[in-house]
Design a protein around this ligand. Structure first.
Ligand SMILES: [Zn+2]
Length: 64
């Protein structure tokens, strides 16, 4: 049962679609990797992970 999972992952830097087989995964390119490393250096955040597509506006809030 070798079933391939196709996850849609996005570059944390530019949000372009990336593949887990990509050399620069989770980034789409070395450039984006470098940009992300720069964020690390400036302490913008600590974990680099692929982003998932979400709606343009969060509709999880129920304030009615
Ligand atoms: Zn990118």
């Amino acid at each position: 049962m070798a079933r391939k999972r196709t996850l849609k992952l996005h570059c944390p830097t530019c949000r372009k679609p990336v593949k887990s087989k990509d050399e620069e995964f989770p980034f789409c390119s070395e450039r984006c990797r470098q940009i992300d490393l720069g964020k690390w250096a400036s302490g913008a955040y600590v974990i680099s992970s692929p982003l998932q597509d979400e709606g343009p506006s969060g509709e999880s809030d129920e304030d009615s």
